[in-house]
Design a protein around this ligand. Sequence first.
Ligand code: SF4
Length: 368
Amino acid sequence: MYYLKQKNYDEFTCIADKCPENCCSFWQIMVDDESLSKYEKMAEADDRIRNALDIQGKCFRQTDGGCNFLDPDGLCHLQRTYGETALCDTCRSYPRHVEEFENVREYTLTLSCPEAARMLLNDTSPMELVISEDDEDEEFEDFDYILYDKLTEAREKIKNFVQDRSIDILTRMKAMLVFAKELQEKLDDDDIFGMDDVQLMSGETSDSDPLKTEVFDSAFEFERLKHISSVLFRLEPLHDDWMDIAGGIWDKVFSDSAELEKVKALMERHAVPAEQILMFFVYTYFCGAVYDDWIYSKIAIAVYSTIWIFCMLYAGGGDCAAGSDQITGTFSHNETDSLIKAAWSYARETEHSDVNLDLLEGWFMDNM
Ligand code: SF4
């Protein structure tokens, strides 16, 4: 078995009561069966557990949008009283994310955790997955190993291109979309080995294919981006503020094409964290296309999520000279810290809702 782990994965430590918005807020925490029976027994001697546990719903009850185990000081009653081993699978593993493929496990730290987002976006070295191996062997029924192989090769091409800092970040992003569209067309035509021939175009090496050039040139055109971004209003709001955030982006960024140009300039100014966000989404989701054949939507999620995170930063911070805003709230007045907050706020809205992820993927496939 191969294990691919995000660099710094093992260095993650929860900052608990210092966290600006801990993971016990807003999300419904589902409890695995083993933990549920353990809690049922513990509840006989602990009123707090009895009141917090929703046995039928297999989850923890919430009060005012927070888990009932959350104490006023921001710490967890379960962990404080019984130690980390008392936590259910969800609480013990978060923010660690695992993708499972035949004989491969890929581990990343989700961007929705403020500390994981800080670690990633403050790191200026390229994001990597570190490989290790053991003698474990497994077989998945109907696993398409050939497609998985092609996807990992394509992901390597994306990585090499996206982490080439001699190319401006917007060019890198546009090229990702063209590349993904071409890969998708090969797969849809059952030309799986043709995926080997697909390359990323830089835009500077004027490509002879006018269709590819058109996709490249129109990718971030104002009306197209405005249309793509209208999906933000259709997301299931997981946080009370989501509709205000989406409305803020709409009013500020999509009121005038000159505003969008300022967002693009902001991305160029923060090209390194933009690259880290792109690679986070690529590493976390791209190879999942082996299960649903949707390649384009995985890359579109990476590209447009990165743009929307910068739109959040811009919409919240005016011209972002100070980086202070309603999005960053009291978190920080530093522009990079504001970007980190925009990143985890966005990821909270999308990454932990299958409804929202499915909606985004379907939207991108319809608007390829
Ligand atoms: S969101 Fe991350 S840093 Fe915050 S409490 Fe949860 S695991 Fe800890």
